[in-house]
Write a protein that binds this ligand. Structure first.
Ligand SMILES: NC(=O)c1ccc[n+]([C@@H]2O[C@H](COP(=O)([O-])OP(=O)(O)OC[C@H]3O[C@@H](n4cnc5c(N)ncnc54)[C@H](O)[C@@H]3O)[C@@H](O)[C@H]2O)c1
Length: 331
C-alpha cells in the first residue's frame, strides 16, 4: 500500500490480550487504525491491551456473545489470534483444541460473514505441515499435522477457503514459524511458557536453575532441534500488509534461517552476559528435527520486508522486555 493511500480501518482483534495479538494491536493503533480487542483473558492479560484500544471481555461460550461483539464493533476487518496453542496439551486434551480453535472460531467466522466484514486475517502455524520432506518449507508442502493443535488450525484454514469461495469472505492466513522478541511496551508472557527464548531468559533472570534441551541426537549439526525465529514486529508488519484489498491466501512467516537450540542458548548468553546452564533430556514426541520457512511468497506478493531478521536483535528485544518486567504482566 503506498504511504499516501492509507485507509483507516476498524479492526476487530480476537486474542488481543495475548502475546502476538497485543503487539499487533499496538502496531495497528500506531499506524492509525481503530481497534476493538475481544479476549476472554483465559491466557492473556488485561494490562497487555494497549489503552488506545476498545476492550471487550469475551465470553465465547455464551450463545450470541461473539456475534453481538462483532455487530457492535462493525469492523472492516477481523484479525483472529485467539486460540489455545500448546502442542503438548493438545495431545492430552484435544477436545479443548477442537472446541476453542474450531467451534469457537466458526462462530466468529459466521459473525464476520453476517456483519459484512471485508477481510479476515488468521493466525495459522507451521504445525499444520507436520514434519516436512524438504526444506526450506514452502506453502505448497503437504499438510499432515501430527498433533491436535496443528489439526485444529488446519481445519480452520479449510473452513476459511470454503467461506471465501462460497460467501466471498476475503482472507489471509499466516503460517507463523517461531514468533519471538518484544516491542518496547509489550512482550511475551504465557501463563505456561513452552517457548525456548523466554524460558532461557528466565534462567538468565535467576528464576530457573537451568534450561532443558529436549533431544541432542537429531540429524542436525549439533544434535539439537533447529527452528526459524521471526521478530514479533516483522510479524505485525505482515498483518498490516495483509489488510490491503485483494490480498488473499496462505503465507509462511519466518526468516529462512534455522537456529539450533544450542545456538539460541549461546545467543542468550551473549545478549544477557550470563551463563545459562542446560540439562539434556530425551526427545519429546512429535518434535520435527528442523522447521525452516521459505517466506518469499509474502515478500513477493505482500511486499513484506522483515526489519529484524537477526537472532541477536530478536533476543535483545526480548531480554530488554523481560529485564523490565521480570514477572511479566501483573495480571
Ligand atoms: N507464539 C507463537 O510462536 C505462535 C506460532 C504459530 C502460531 N501462533 C498462533 O498465534 C496466535 C497467538 O499466539 P500467542 O502466542 O499470542 O498466544 P496467547 O495465548 O498469548 O494469546 C491468545 C489469546 O487468545 C485469548 N483467547 C483464547 N481463546 C479465546 C476465545 N475463545 N475468545 C477470546 N479470547 C480467547 C487468550 O486469552 C489469549 O489472550 C494463536 O492463534 C497461535 O496458535 C503462535
Amino acid at each position: 500500500m503506498a504511504a499516501n493511500s492509507f485507509t483507516r480501518m476498524n479492526i476487530f482483534v480476537t486474542g488481543g490480550a495475548g502475546y502476538i495479538g497485543s503487539i499487533c494491536t499496538e502496531a495497528l493503533l500506531g499506524a492509525g487504525h481503530a481497534v476493538t480487542v475481544y479476549d476472554d483473558l483465559s491466557e492473556g492479560h488485561r494490562s497487555a491491551v494497549d489503552p488506545r484500544a476498545r476492550f471487550v471481555l469475551g465470553r465465547p461460550d455464551e450463545p450470541g456473545n461473539i456475534l453481538d461483539a462483532v455487530k457492535e464493533a462493525r469492523p472492516d476487518a477481523v484479525m483472529h489470534f485467539a486460540a489455545n496453542a500448546l502442542v503438548g496439551e493438545s495431545m492430552t486434551n484435544p477436545k479443548k483444541y477442537f472446541h476453542n480453535n474450531v467451534a469457537n472460531g466458526l462462530k466468529l467466522l459466521d459473525a464476520a460473514v453476517e456483519c459484512g466484514v471485508k477481510k479476515f486475517v488468521f493466525s495459522s502455524t507451521c504445525a499444520t505441515y507436520g514434519p516436512p520432506d524438504r526444506l526450506p518449507m514452502t506453502e505448497d508442502l503437504p499438510q499432515c499435522p501430527i498433533n491436535p493443535y496443528g489439526e485444529s488450525k488446519l481445519m480452520f484454514e479449510r473452513m476459511l477457503q470454503w467461506y471465501q469461495r462460497i460467501y466471498g469472505l476475503e482472507f489471509v492466513a499466516f503460517r507463523y514459524f517461531n514468533a519471538a522478541g518484544a516491542s518496547e511496551r509489550f512482550g511475551e508472557h504465557h501463563r505456561i511458557e513452552t517457548h525456548l527464548i523466554p524460558n532461557v531468559l528466565r534462567v538468565a533472570l535467576d528464576q530457573k536453575p537451568h534450561c532443558e534441551i529436549y533431544g541432542t541426537d537429531y540429524p542436525t549439526p549439533d544434535g539439537t532441534c533447529v527452528r526459524d525465529y521471526i521478530h514479533i514486529l516483522d510479524l505485525a508488519q505482515a498483518h498490516m500488509l495483509g489488510l490491503a484489498p485483494g490480498r488473499q491466501g496462505f503465507y509462511n512467516l519466518g526468516n529462512g534461517d534455522g537456529y539450533s537450540v544450542r545456538e539460541v542458548v549461546r545467543m542468550c548468553e551473549k545478549v544477557t552476559g550470563k551463563t545459562i546452564p542446560t540439562v539434556e533430556k530425551p526427545r519429546r514426541p512429535g518434535d520435527p528435527p528442523r522447521l525452516v520457512a521459505a517466506a518469499e511468497k509474502a515478500v513477493r506478493e505482500l511486499g513484506w520486508q522483515p526489519k529484524h531478521p537477526r537472532l541477536e536483535d530478536i533476543v535483545a528485544t526480548a531480554w530488554a522486555w523481560h529485564e523490565k518486567h521480570p514477572n511479566g504482566y501483573p495480571d
